[in-house]
Design a protein around this ligand. Structure first.
Ligand code: FAD
Length: 502
């Protein structure tokens, strides 16, 4: 069976890891596609400054679903990188851990073929006989000779391109993507004033990098002006009330869906069982970054418990999220998601201390209420709030995060746009593309459920809401690979039946 894996970052490498484990692996013929730079490392873990850290402690980040310490063990066994016994390693080290597995597989198995090219187009070849699965055609250039046919394809192309909320892409001094961070300051002059727009996780990378490599005050600007919370003392935790069993009962009582109010009530029970002062924690933010970070740093115990509950929920978000009606999903986004966002994906304590120091030394200023950014007379004007406050800087670094919806895409997302044009993928109302939640199979408006095309990663964010961290990507890879081998078995049975009928 011919298999393609398109995109060799966390998801692509995880898929390959799972594939090689199976007893029938030798029956596959696998092509893996990515550009030479990202092959095996992906975007977030590419070679970059060591100021950029993983956002999950080393002991909690692994590509091996059965061994959460694998990355730690790999790090301790190798000799190329030495950052001591730290909790948060530079991100590219994780990239090299992934790549070491890829290299090992490529050297060991001759049925894996590396294509150092990005895929430009995907098409579906329809079969005359409905029972026969559809072939998937994958091309890397415009010429037809670059196209190959596959029986099964994994679409693991990572995140959509970066947002451009103020339409500044292409303007001099506007750095559209903050990665790789070690290139962001290449065009920046010593005396340039820099603003970062967006204060989510990506802004933390920029802060760490710019503080270490530029000697002028950094302006952090966003609508909320709030930074992520600080990681507390996480605990081992399993959900007791928000369980599949309970959801099954609730679905039975409510015609196949779970009402949001019940989910919230169960969430409260989880927090009560751990004595988490929920109201106090959810309403602790004052809007003053110094007060907020200081509060988080001095309450690691209760914050760690809340973060552990939220992490367990995110681990199970596939069945939780997809049990809600659309209407309830919208209500969740409007009413509750802000609290979850503020309290999940926390930053390391060191980063919080670094930011507090920099604010204290006058090297960082945080401004909320950002409404507009425009380029005027060669500089950038940032406008804040109703009072018409303004700040002017020379350089703007965009940390507003990637796009989430198909209708926002542009030429930077050419493959996905082309697939949408060919009706292979269609947009999900909550973002990304439509897939079957249980199987990650792509649902096409033209071809129905494509049982031999699986998508994993941020492009599936409408279904896999908030499920893009390494552990969740690995879970999905494990699941989809199981399906491929079932598919292989079914195809072999079909071939035998056709043979006997001849
Ligand atoms: C900046 C950043 C930091 C993060 N840090 C963490 C962290 O510390 N811990 C954590 O758990 N999660 C982190 N995440 C979440 C992260 O998205 C996932 O952990 C994971 O890396 C996503 O894996 P992926 O395979 O979907 O995407 P990627 O790892 O980005 O892989 C996608 C690959 O597809 C390739 N590709 C794209 N288009 C094509 C094409 N047309 N043809 C061929 N190849 C293509 C890309 O070059 C890339 O290599 C971070 C995310 C970002 C953006």
């Amino acid at each position: 069976m011919n298999v393609a894996i398109i995109g060799m970052g966390t998801a692509g490498v995880s898929v390959l890891r799972q594939l090689v484990k199976h007893q029938n692996f030798a029956e596959l013929n696998i092509d893996i596609y990515d550009n030479a730079t990202n092959m095996g490392q992906g975007e977030p873990f590419q070679n970059d400054s060591d100021d950029l850290l993983i956002n999950i402690p080393v002991d909690m980040l692994s590509l091996n679903i059965d061994n959460i310490k694998e990355f730690r063990e790999w790090y301790e066994a190798q000799t190329d990188f030495d950052y001591g016994d730290v909790d948060y390693l530079p991100r590219f080290v994780f990239g090299h851990y992934m790549k070491s597995y890829l290299n090992h597989y490529v050297e060991t198995y001759d049925n894996i073929h590396v294509v150092h090219k990005e895929v430009s187009q995907i098409a579906i070849e329809e079969q005359e006989n409905e029972a026969t699965p559809k072939n998937i055609i994958v091309c890397v250039g415009n010429a037809e000779k670059t196209c190959r046919k596959y029986d099964y394809v994994f679409l693991t192309i990572g995140t959509m391109s970066y947002n451009d909320p103020y339409k500044l892409k292409g303007e001099l001094g506007f750095i559209h993507s903050p990665y790789p961070a070690n290139h962001t300051l290449e065009q920046v002059q010593e005396n340039d004033e820099i603003a970062v727009i967006g204060t989510g996780l990506a802004s933390l990378d920029v802060i760490r990098y710019v503080l270490n490599h530029h000697n002028k005050k950094l302006l952090l600007a966003s609508r909320s002006g709030q930074l992520p919370s600080v990681r507390g003392d996480m605990i081992e935790f399993e959900l007791q009330y928000l369980t599949k069993e309970r959801f099954k009962q609730l679905k039975h009582e409510h015609m196949g869906v779970v009402p949001l109010d019940d989910v919230i009530a169960l969430f409260h029970k989880e927090c009560e069982a751990l004595d988490i002062p929920l109201a106090q924690l959810l309403h602790r933010k004052t809007g003053d970054v110094v007060k907020d970070l200081t509060y988080d740093l001095s309450h690691p115990e209760m914050l760690g418990k809340l973060q552990s509950v939220l992490m367990a929920i995110k681990d199970n978000m596939d069945w939780i999220w997809n049990s809600l009606m659309h209407e309830d999903q919208q209500v969740y986004l409007e009413r509750y998601h802000q609290y979850v966002k503020e309290n999940s994906n926390p930053m390391p304590r060191d980063t919080a201390e670094l930011i507090l120091n920099a604010i204290d030394n006058g090297m960082i200023e945080v401004c909320s209420g950002l409404e507009y950014v425009e380029r005027k007379h060669g500089r950038y004007q940032l406008k804040f709030g109703a009072l018409g406050r303004q700040r002017t800087v020379d350089v703007v670094i965009n940390a507003t995060g990637p796009k989430t919806r198909l209708d926002q895409l542009d030429e930077s997302d050419a493959l996905l746009l082309d697939m949408a044009n060919r009706h292979i993928v269609q947009s999900h109302p909550m973002g990304g593309i439509q897939i079957k939640p249980e199987t990650n199979e792509v649902i096409s408006s033209r071809y129905g459920t494509l049982t031999n095309l699986c998508a994993i990663g941020q492009i599936t964010n409408g279904v896999n809401f908030q499920r893009n961290a390494v552990t969740m990507i690995v879970q999905q890879a494990v699941k989809t690979v199981g399906q491929l081998y079932q598919y292989l078995e079914r195809q072999q049975q079909l071939d035998t039946t056709v043979e006997t009928m001849k």
